[in-house]
Design a protein around this ligand. Sequence first.
Ligand SMILES: [Zn+2]
Ligand SMILES: [Zn+2]
Length: 275
Amino acid sequence: MNRFVIPIATAMLVLSLFCLTACTATTPAETFDTTAGVQAAQWGENVTITLGEDSFRYESDGLPNHDLPEKFLIPKNVRSQPFSDDSLEDFNVVLTEEYLTKSPIDVTLTLHPSYASKTQETSLGQIGFILSGARLFNDYENMDRSIVALDDNIAFDFDDSEHDHAAFVDDCNGHPLQDGSSYHYHGIPTCIVAVIDVAGEHSHMLGVLRDGFPVYGNQGANGVVVTNADLDDCSGHFEATPEFPNGIYHYHLTDDEAPYSIDCYKGEVTASTGG
Ligand SMILES: [Zn+2]
Ligand SMILES: [Zn+2]
């Protein structure tokens, strides 16, 4: 152990304590380097990652590379929220194979995310890009942020066979838009974390948000489940992760209660990442 580490750490602690009280408004943005994590992440074969100096490009056709249910419930009237009060006649039952369409993603994301001076609400639409080739959305299905998709889920069984079943949001916490495009997650993509996360370890990187900070499932240090109470207002915190052993600011998707997804950005969002 380098003998200078402790004095430097002490000095940084004193500085940050000073900043907590005295320079909240004027703290210069702290910038991170996510190159190692973007290289280490387990991107699907359907995702093309091109690393540059200061940014990387993420390209996919928008369709996830994991299994999907045979059918989805598509609301006939997108304004009839909450959908969970509706009956089967209020939905079209569609065959996934016929209904889901490609919706290409081609975005350039920073490799040097930095804290914004003020957090910014995530909008409806794509807020992040996941290993599977599909998008992450925030929690909401409506502009006034009152309907949480995962709390407004509904499913119908058509007979006793387990397969003849359709839900608004699938078991991986994803679904398409009403027109069959832009399959997206509103919470932990359970079918992905089941493959990449390891018991007893911090979750592995699921993807990157538009501000360049990485996003994870709900396992914190030593695999202990992370809930919203452990996180800041944007569902993030700073700690070591498998891809960033020296620590990084990152988001966690959670499953205890809303927000399940990410409702504000902690970092600066650049224009090249879609609206
Ligand atoms: Zn949705
Ligand atoms: Zn964490």
